[in-house]
Design a binder for this molecule. Structure first.
Ligand code: NAD
Ligand code: MG
Length: 389
């Protein structure tokens, strides 16, 4: 029986992780839950999974949560705010913490979990992208495991099992192509938020769905792969694979290529991040290659989707630049979601802000530097937005 804590329990990653717990009550037990503000769902989760500790990000909803669980005989300890979420992350005998909070808001809780000796099932890629210069040394110091739950990185990690050190030559990340993959470039200027939120293959939270539509998600995943697998940017490629059956591939030194396949279902990478190195039997639909049909591949279009190149450039610049890119993207996506900017202004604003940051970069930033760069980039996006409005 493995004790786990889930941060972002009411989101797409959080609820799918809890589905795994429901299906495997003899294998997983929930110690802690943390969520932003969906009190109704959090109350149901408390009732069903009986965690020992819970944190609610939005303090204003505390009374509502208490009322919603007043009838329960065994109530968990309830904390609020960012510090409450960090406390949940470090609490008790949880062996593994699933990071399903979206955005850089997940950084401090992830650090808290690592410092408490918890293994990390990493869904929250923004945390690693912004915080790697601090997170990676802490992972080493506290000897915890950083296990990828992002489907591409799980695929790479699965392919790497049994590959000796130095055997990896190249990483090939697959990308579905997002909501606009079949739309001509001229039409991108007038797409709506509703259009962008219609992902062809995956049902996910809003922010990552927009990132998939701009292909920034793939750019962020390039940086994520660089940090997770310690591979240079020249050896990480992207290929568009519209069917999302091959979740990524690795090439080894002798040119042999290994891939991981499966239906587009996040439960699989989440389960592996929790069960590694074990393989747990599931009743999930088995992959049928004939039913999956043709698997096709094409080159990514960098003219249509400049975000990939912005991410490669930020990754290569290193230091604080990935944190700046990430925060600029978070802020630009938030503006797009609230219909304050057009779709094509997402990459434009990010590029301006990364350019502006340029010479302020530091090679070896500490946590304060990262948090300051994150705040700076968000404000810089707001300033740049006013300039283009
Ligand atoms: P989501 O929007 O569905 O859920 C986000 C969760 O985080 C919710 O529980 C929300 O309450 C909580 N949250 C948001 N802001 C918070 C804050 N400031 N403080 C505390 N809690 C907060 O997002 P998601 O799609 O589940 O994505 C979560 C993370 O996983 C993202 O980093 C995303 O990139 C990554 N990811 C998701 C998928 C997927 O299939 N959904 C796949 C790969 C990676
Ligand atoms: Mg992914």
């Amino acid at each position: 029986m493995k004790a786990i804590t889930i941060l972002g329990s009411t989101g797409s990653i959080g609820t799918q992780t809890l589905d795994i717990v429901t299906d495997n009550p003899d294998k997983f037990r929930v110690v802690g839950l943390a969520a932003g503000s969906n009190v109704a769902l959090l109350a149901k989760q408390i009732d069903k999974f009986q965690p020992e500790i819970v944190a609610l990000g939005n303090e204003k909803k505390l009374a509502q949560l208490k009322e919603a669980i007043a009838f329960l005989p065994n109530k968990p300890q309830i904390l609020v705010g960012q510090e409450g979420i960090c406390e949940v992350a470090r609490y008790g005998d949880a062996q593994s913490v699933v990071t399903g909070i979206v955005g850089c808001a997940g950084l401090l809780p992830t650090i808290a979990a690592i410092e408490a000796g918890k293994d990390i099932a990493l869904a929250n890629k923004e945390t690693l992208i912004a915080g790697a210069p601090v997170v990676l040394p802490l992972v080493k110091k506290h000897q915890v495991k950083l296990l990828p739950a992002d489907s591409e990185h799980s695929a790479i990690f699965q392919c790497l099992q049994g590959i000796p050190e130095g055997g990896l030559r190249r990483i090939i990340l697959t990308a579905s192509g997002g909501s606009f993959r079949d739309l001509p470039i001229e039409k991108l200027a007038s797409v709506t938020v509703k259009d962008a939120l219609k992902h062809p293959n995956w049902s996910m939270g809003q922010k990552i769905t927009i990132d998939s539509a701009t292909l920034m998600n793939k750019g962020l995943e390039v940086i994520e792969a660089h940090y997770l697998f310690d591979v240079d940017y020249d050896r990480i490629d992207i290929v568009i694979h519209p069917q999302s059956i091959i979740h990524s591939l690795i090439e080894v030194q002798d040119t042999s290529v290994l891939a991981q396949l499966g239906w587009a279902d996040m439960r699989l990478p989440l389960l592996y991040a929790l069960s590694w190195p074990e393989r747990i039997f599931t009743e999930w639909e088995q992959l049928d290659l004939v039913k999956a049909g043709d698997l096709t591949f094409r080159e990514p279009d960098h003219k249509k989707y400049p975000c990939m190149q912005l991410a490669y450039a930020a990754g290569r610049a290193g230091g604080l630049m990935p944190a700046v890119l990430n925060a600029a993207n978070e802020q630009a996506v938030a503006l797009f979601l609230s219909e304050k900017i057009d779709f094509l202004n997402i990459p434009r604003l990010i590029e301006q802000v990364c350019d502006r940051f340029g010479t302020q970069n530091t090679a070896q930033p500490n946590l304060d530097d990262i948090l300051a760069a994150d705040r700076w980039a968000r404000q810089a996006i707001l300033d740049a937005q006013i300039a283009i409005a």
